[in-house]
Design a protein around this ligand. Structure first.
Ligand code: FMN
Length: 300
């Protein structure tokens, strides 16, 4: 069965994507992800200038996943453009994740990567351990950023939402009203781990973001809630490790899924396994296309 989808105007060979920040920005690595079967790739978040990120330790394994506080290390948009050129030469459909302090910076970066041929943009307004988190916690600032980017580029713009708010629907609606073409949910869940002998938080930044299977029920709940309140397509992310998880996201209302931490458990074969599992499930449940499954859990 063909799993090809059209998502906010982007034609993808299947609904699986690499999520942002998991395997960096290098064209050779992202090419491997695409060759392994992902429908497209999302880059590590790119900011206006080079940034080192936080010092070690910046990731710790916990039950059900990892807590990370990388601090958005990246080479800055100008250096990144070379990688983007290579990604285009290799024909890798690439969504570029971007971040900045305010709407002007978001728009400047958006312009540069759109001119160099990015398939789409994902606005990271949601990293729980960096300054951008404050954008995604405020509907008015979210609107400003989305409007500025939408006024600057014509490629599809996805807004990545944080679960670290009282009401994620409020932010989703603000992004939609400002013209977002789609939403990605969720970024990591603000978290902490403490070493019982040194008696201090393990991460150098103290706080980090929890990813992996532990957050999947939170992500499913977020997608379910958002789906009932917006019309634009949703990309589900958070704790996907197998095809059954992906199906759960589709039933909740996601049109596509991203995989991050799951890659560290299984490697890049996860994309093909998930696609194969989706195909078999659709056949055995008598669906003729994936689109028929999206949001089915809302009929209950
Ligand atoms: C090490 C690490 C780095 C990440 N970096 C980014 C990033 O740069 N930008 C972003 O939007 N999300 C980032 N994320 C969040 C993931 O894209 C994803 O939303 C989150 O990990 C939940 O999905 P998962 O449980 O499949 O990993 C990062 C996650 C991890 C584990």
């Amino acid at each position: 069965m063909d799993l090809a989808i059209e998502l906010a105007g982007m034609k993808l060979r299947n609904p699986t994507m690499l999520s942002s920040g998991i395997l960096g920005i290098s064209s050779s690595l992202l090419n491997r992800v695409y060759q392994a079967g992902a429908g497209c790739v999302v880059t590590k978040s790119i900011g206006p200038v080079p940034r080192n990120g936080y010092s070690n330790p910046c990731i710790v394994e916990v039950v059900g996943g990892y807590i990370n506080a990388m601090g958005l290390p990246n080479p800055g948009v100008n250096d990144f453009l070379e990688e983007l050129t290579e990604l285009n030469q290799l024909n890798i459909p690439t969504i570029v994740s971007i971040f900045g302090e305010d709407e002007t910076i978001f728009a400047e970066i958006a312009k540069k990567v759109a001119e160099k041929g990015a398939l789409g943009l994902e606005l990271n307004i949601s990293c729980p351990h960096a300054e951008v988190s404050t954008i995604g916690q405020d509907p008015e600032i979210t609107k400003r950023v989305v409007k500025a980017v939408k006024n600057t580029v014509s490629i599809p713009v996805f807004v990545k939402l944080t679960p670290n708010v009282t009401n994620i629907v409020e932010i989703a609606i603000a992004a939609e009203k400002a013209g977002a073409d789609g939403l990605t949910a969720i970024n990591t869940v603000r978290a902490m781990a403490i070493d019982i002998y040194s008696k201090i938080p393990i991460l150098s930044n103290k706080y980090g973001g929890l990813s992996g299977p532990a957050i999947k029920p939170i992500a499913i709940r977020c997608i379910f809630e958002i789906y009932e309140n917006v019309k634009i397509p949703l990309i589900g992310v958070g704790g996907i490790t197998c095809w059954q998880d992906a199906i759960e996201f589709f039933l909740a209302g996601a049109s596509a899924v991203q995989i991050g931490t799951g890659i560290s458990y299984q490697g890049l074969s996860i994309f093909q396994d998930i696609c194969n599992g989706i195909r078999k499930y659709l056949q055995s449940e008598n669906y003729s296309h994936l689109s028929e499954l999206i949001g089915e859990a809302h009929k209950a």
